[in-house]
Design a protein around this ligand. Structure first.
Ligand code: SF4
Length: 446
């Protein structure tokens, strides 16, 4: 029998705070976004599947189903190895699952951002931990699992060259409909915002060569037929790649894409003037905090008015902007949160994302708050959802910050405000050179 690896993703969206959960289910602007994010597959695991040797068989599963049934499905495949990727908020569930896989006598390996920053903790629950990127160690890990000699941990000696990135195995998603598939054009970010775990933990900033992007685009188009792609980038356009070939490749593929950029795109004519023509329909941009400038922001640090002017320039081209705000940084008060609400409601942003500042392990923010004894001891990893307070704020008490955040979410995502943003979004997309009657399928709140 061929050896088999079952890939299991514990990387979905999670909400713990009850009132937030209720808001997430009742406010249309929030519900649509949560569903859109929750439907994105784990690109990391599908990429590992893409580089699995042909002698192996592969399957892909997601945490979304009840734990017993997930376990039953995975074990029914009689895997040689179960490989799990998990985010911090879901790590406790992943640990429980690992324990049950081990009990069944099957090797289990754990990777992802959390395991990378907490390898010793993770190794108490699984047979092996992948520290950092999975691609460079994947073949060795599979060979060791097959020979029954897994090592306790695997860590790449060199950063993975994205020129060698395989085509992710989207076919493993089966016939289940996904509104968007994902594609990575770069990894990491040259900046290092204090709260950001994505920018450095998996190695230095790198860009994927255009030839690889082109290959993946064809596969995505072949499989999805809908040509809607979420670029799984941390900060597209932050590097020095040749923009001509990049934009030409995206435009020629016929896709419409969503991505993450920083606000400086709005003041770079060589980018902003070609975004919409390349198929970009929405960019997610961190405005971050009005109360505080984070360390490590580098050239991204600017006055809010400068940032908002740049975002308006992007929207003028037909590309909608989803402005992201982080609440609870040092200096935040009830008053500053109220002012943030007013600022957002008066802005012309086509979409908004609000999260509570969260000190994910491995980030500079985590180290600073930990060193000053400000992490709340009664908040385990399951609180690291982006919607729960996990540390003592500087100028408020934790409950006060939580209540102010929930009130802000209610205000920013109420019916009237959400409808206003929908109208702004429609007006922006009417200016888009490549959108027409298909506009409605891009809306989150439909
Ligand atoms: S610009 Fe964005 S991706 Fe880059 S470090 Fe800051 S938060 Fe992270």
């Amino acid at each position: 029998m061929a050896p088999h690896v079952a890939l299991v993703s514990f990387t979905g969206f999670r909400i713990r705070e009850e009132e937030m959960l209720e808001l997430g289910m009742t406010l249309p602007g929030l519900r649509g976004r949560a569903e859109a994010i929750g439907r994105l597959p784990s690109l990391g695991l599908l990429t590992l599947a893409g580089m699995t040797p042909p002698a192996w068989t592969c399957s892909y599963h997601e945490q979304g189903v009840e734990a017993d049934s997930l376990l039953e499905r995975v074990l029914a495949e009689k895997p040689t190895l179960v490989a799990i990727s998990a985010l911090t908020a879901s790590i406790n569930d992943a640990y429980l699952f690992c324990g049950r896989i081990k009990q069944a006598g099957v090797f289990v390996v754990l990777g992802g951002l959390h395991a990378t920053t907490r390898p010793q903790e993770a190794s108490r629950h699984c047979d092996a931990v992948v520290i950092g990127e999975g691609e460079p160690v994947w073949h060795q890990l599979l060979a060791d699992a097959r020979s029954g000699e897994l090592k306790q941990s695997y860590r790449a000696r060199l950063a993975f060259d994205l020129a060698n990135a395989p085509i992710p195995r989207f076919d493993l998603l089966g016939s289940e409909r996904r509104s968007r598939l994902t594609l990575q054009t770069q990894r990491g970010c040259p900046l290092a915002c204090e709260f950001c775990g994505a920018s450095r933990l998996l190695g230095p900033f790198r860009e994927k060569p255009v030839a690889g992007i082109e290959r993946e685009l064809s596969e995505v188009a072949r499989l999805s037929g809908r040509h809607i792609v979420e670029l799984a980038d941390d900060n597209t356009f932050a590097g020095n790649r040749d923009l001509d070939s990049f934009f030409e490749t995206l435009a020629a593929s016929g896709i419409r894409y969503f991505t993450e950029v920083d606000w400086r795109v709005g003041v770079r004519p060589e980018v902003v003037e070609r975004l919409a023509g390349s198929g970009c329909v929405q960019v997610l941009v961190g405005v971050e905090s009005l109360a505080h400038s984070y360390r490590g922001m580098g050239a991204k640090r600017a006055e809010p008015s400068v940032i908002m002017d740049a975002l308006s320039a992007i929207q003028q081209t037909g590309v909608a902007v989803n402005g992201c705000f982080v609440v609870g940084s040092d200096g935040e008060t009830r008053k500053s949160i109220e002012e943030l609400g007013r600022f957002i409601l008066e802005s012309d942003l086509a979409d908004v994302q609000l999260t509570l500042q969260t000190p994910f392990p491995g980030t500079a923010l985590y180290h600073r708050l930990d060193a000053s004894g400000r992490l709340l001891p009664d908040r385990d990893w399951s609180y690291y959802t982006l919607f729960d307070v996990t540390y003592r704020p500087q100028a408020m008490c934790p409950d006060e910050l939580q209540r102010a955040f929930v009130a802000l979410v209610r205000r920013v995502f109420d019916e009237e405000a959400s409808q206003r943003r929908s109208s702004i979004r429609r007006a922006v997309w009417r200016r888009h050179p490549r959108l027409g009657s298909c506009e409605s399928e891009l809306c989150f709140d439909s």
